[in-house]
Design a protein around this ligand. Structure first.
Ligand code: ZN
Length: 90
């Protein structure tokens, strides 16, 4: 970890849940937001994750099934796999 270098799309994807939970170190958060400002694709992704988590959070109150969780996680992995294949690094 360089601390001052730019974040890659892959790093951002891995950190997005920490970001949305507010569990990120200030340095990482700054790099995360710096990348978001430069990368529309990751901005879209963050928006999707934010909505997904909001939805799941709502469902969880009515007890979400493990099966639904698995489907969600699989969709997330597929998204990541597709993205890493054609990552538009700047
Ligand atoms: Zn990106």
């Amino acid at each position: 970890m360089s601390g001052s270098g730019g974040m890659t799309c892959r790093e951002l994807v891995e950190l997005v849940t920490d970001y949305l939970e507010g569990a990120m170190a200030p340095d990482d958060r700054a790099r995360f937001e710096q990348h978001l400002a430069l990368c529309p694709g990751c901005g879209t992704y963050l928006e999707q994750m934010r909505r997904t988590i909001a939805l799941v959070g709502r469902l969880a109150e009515e007890s979400i099934s493990p099966r639904a969780w698995n489907e969600l996680l699989r969709a997330f992995r597929d998204w990541r796999a597709g993205r890493e294949g054609s990552a538009p690094e700047s």
